[in-house]
Structure formats: C-alpha cells, structure tokens
Design a protein around this ligand. Structure first.
Ligand code: GTP
Ligand code: MG
Length: 199
C-alpha cells in the first residue's frame, strides 16, 4: 500500500448556515456536499476530514443538522453539511421541508463539484440512498460513497461487507467506495485524494 501524507487543514470555519438559495456563498468556490441518512455520521466525517473535534455539530440523536451548513476550507472550497434524510421520528411536514431544502441545493447548485454519499457500513442502502445514487449517475457526478462507522466492524468483516455494499449499490469500475471511521480516521486520506482529484 502507498503511504499518503496526511492532508493538514489550517483554516476551516462555519461560513454560512443556509435555509435557501439566498444564503448560499456567492464567491463561486467549488463545493463538496455530504449527503446521506440521518445519523450515519456526516457531520462527524466532516470534522474528521477537517481535523476538528466539533466544528460540525454531531449528535447521538438523529435529525441534528436541519440547515445547509457551509464550511469554508483554506479559502479554496466549501464542505457542505446537508441535513440527513429518512429520519422517521421527524414530523412529516418538517422532514418534507428539510428534504426539499437539501434537494433544491443539490439539483440547482452549479458550483457543486462532488457529492459524497455517506452510508453506514453495516447497512444496506435505503430507498433514498438509491435515489441519491441515481441522481448522481444521471447528472454525471462521480459516485463516491464513504462507508462510515467502519470501527464498529472487526477487520475480517470489512471486506465482505464492502463487497456486499458494492452489489447492493450496483457499483461499477470508476465508482469509489471508501471504508471510513471518524473515530480512527480510517479512510480520511483516501477520501481527500478523491475529493481533490480533478475527476
Ligand atoms: P444528522 O445531522 O442527523 O443527519 O446526522 P449525521 O449524519 O450528521 O450524524 P452525526 O455526525 O451527528 O453522528 C451520529 C452519531 O454517530 C454520533 O453519536 C456520532 O458520534 C456517531 N458516529 C459518527 N461517525 C462515527 C464513526 O465513524 N464511528 C463511530 N463509532 N461512531 C460514529
Ligand atoms: Mg449532521
């Protein structure tokens, strides 16, 4: 395996908390959005990627992130923390409002360079995951899936689980599936490499 130099982030801060277009940044920097089920660990993954403990607020209870949060990284790009989908306990009207807000962002944002689909390594894709994946393919986004909470599995369980996910998500060559842990930072450098690659 090749050794990667860790990416060190000196400057990262919460730049905008958006509920709609009018709050998005206007400077045209590329954006990397993190989408996925509620509670899979999107905010924790952002913290791990940025080398911060709690810049993005995470929580044990699902439905924590309910706005579109733009983190400005080294004045070069934005990490976009999206509210999670599929949180059954959220009021239906609230879930629909939050879901539409995230969808509007994803379908209309011209500066969106990558969408990273964040999924729990222990779970099969949900209907919403499949929809997101379909959207990514249709709109020529590279399929990048971060399979989080890899620390919850034994070493020997990881490869079989990744193979099962490849099947269930119908992944093909060129798609990227990265086992990730915000606890141990497994997958961090690999995900940075993919994010920073031109395509
Ligand atoms: P929403 O904002 O509700 O959509 O959730 P989220 O996807 O942002 O999840 P969040 O980062 O808030 O994490 C949810 C819970 O999972 C928290 O209790 C985290 O500590 C835990 N968690 C996240 N990532 C990992 C991981 O890699 N390993 C382990 N063991 N726990 C994790
Ligand atoms: Mg969150």
């Amino acid at each position: 395996m090749t050794e990667r130099k860790p990416v060190i982030i000196n400057n990262a801060s919460l730049y905008r908390v958006a509920v709609g277009k009018k709050n998005y940044p206007e400077d045209g920097l590329p954006e990397i959005a993190f989408a996925g089920r509620s509670n899979v660990g999107k905010s924790s993954l952002i913290n791990a990627m940025l080398g911060r403990k709690s810049l993005a607020r995470s929580s044990q209870s699902p439905g924590k992130t309910r706005t579109i949060n733009f983190y400005r990284v080294e004045d070069e790009l934005y990490f976009v923390d999206l509210p999670g989908y599929g949180y059954a306990k959220m009021k239906r009207t609230e879930a629909s409002r939050v879901g539409k807000m995230a969808e509007n962002y994803i379908v209309s944002r011209h500066t969106l360079k990558h969408i990273v689909l964040v999924a729990d390594i222990r779970r099969d894709p949900s209907e919403n995951d499949a929809m997101m994946l379909g959207f990514m393919r249709k709109n020529n986004f590279r399929v990048i899936i971060a399979a989080t909470k890899a620390d919850k599995l034994n070493r020997s369980e990881i490869v079989p689980r990744l193979n099962a996910m490849k099947k269930k998500f119908s992944l093909t060559d060129g798609d990227v599936l990265i086992p990730f842990s915000s606890e141990t930072k497994t997958g961090r450098e690999e995900l940075w490499e993919v994010i920073l690659a031109d395509k």
